[in-house]
Design a protein around this ligand. Structure first.
Ligand SMILES: NC(=O)c1ccc[n+]([C@@H]2O[C@H](COP(=O)([O-])OP(=O)(O)OC[C@H]3O[C@@H](n4cnc5c(N)ncnc54)[C@H](O)[C@@H]3O)[C@@H](O)[C@H]2O)c1
Length: 190
């Protein structure tokens, strides 16, 4: 298996319909994985899956709300039933209101935490039992707020369109755990 060889692996990517999610799905399918493109907006997930499938990749779309436990559990049940298990979870779905914090409503704050924090936990908790037996399961969190779940890798400020995710998912990164990786093109150094 090559450094980024993900042949035979099953990956769930949340927020797959977004700019970064599409890049992550593409990188993972290029590395050989079967990708489940998950988004709360079905049409966005389907667009990504159809475009990658046209080029011969294995990518299917699922409509899931990561902040809803039953939706998340249904997703994992379906993936395990149809694809035999989960090797990789990329927690990427997020919402981020971009205006002064003084103008953010309480309900919006709650919704951000429900998607960007609880959603990551719900997906990891649902998928993890189906990874354990294989000894190669990975959870990669793309940062949206500065909290993270202990056992997972955290990508902060991602702009590499999935290449780093494909590396972290690979056997070459099997000894990398619990790291924060800054990908900002040197922005923080200035
Ligand atoms: N793009 C950047 O420069 C940048 C910088 C820093 C961090 N990030 C992080 O990268 C990740 C992706 O960002 P992006 O720029 O691609 O965002 P985006 O808004 O383009 O995509 C996010 C996707 O998540 C989906 N989503 C929202 N709520 C959901 C829910 N409840 N369940 C399932 N899916 C849901 C949306 O429909 C959307 O398709 C986020 O975690 C973001 O915080 C991005």
């Amino acid at each position: 298996m090559s450094a980024s060889g993900l042949e035979g692996r099953v990956a769930i990517v949340t927020g797959a319909g977004g700019g970064l999610g599409g890049g992550i799905c593409s990188a993972l399918t290029l590395a050989g994985a079967t990708v489940v493109a998950v988004d709360v907006q079905r049409d966005k997930a389907e667009r990504v899956a159809e475009s990658l499938s046209r080029n011969g990749a294995r990518c299917v779309a699922l409509e899931v709300d990561v902040s809803d436990r039953s939706s998340v559990e249904g997703m994992v049940e379906r993936v395990v039933g149809e694809l035999g298990g989960v090797d990789l979870l990329v927690n990427n779905a997020a919402i981020y209101p971009s205006r002064p914090w003084t103008e953010i409503e309480e309900s919006e704050w709650d919704q951000v935490l429900a998607v960007n924090l609880k959603g990551y936990f719900l997906c990891a908790r649902a998928a993890f039992p189906h990874m354990k037996g294989k000894g190669r399961g990975r959870v990669i969190n793309v940062a949206s707020i500065t909290f993270f779940i202990g056992f997972a890798n955290l990508l902060d400020y991602v702009s590499s369109k999935g290449g780093v995710v494909a590396f972290l998912a690979s056997d070459a990164a099997s000894f990398i755990t619990g790291q924060t990786i800054e990908i900002d093109g040197g922005w923080a150094m200035h």
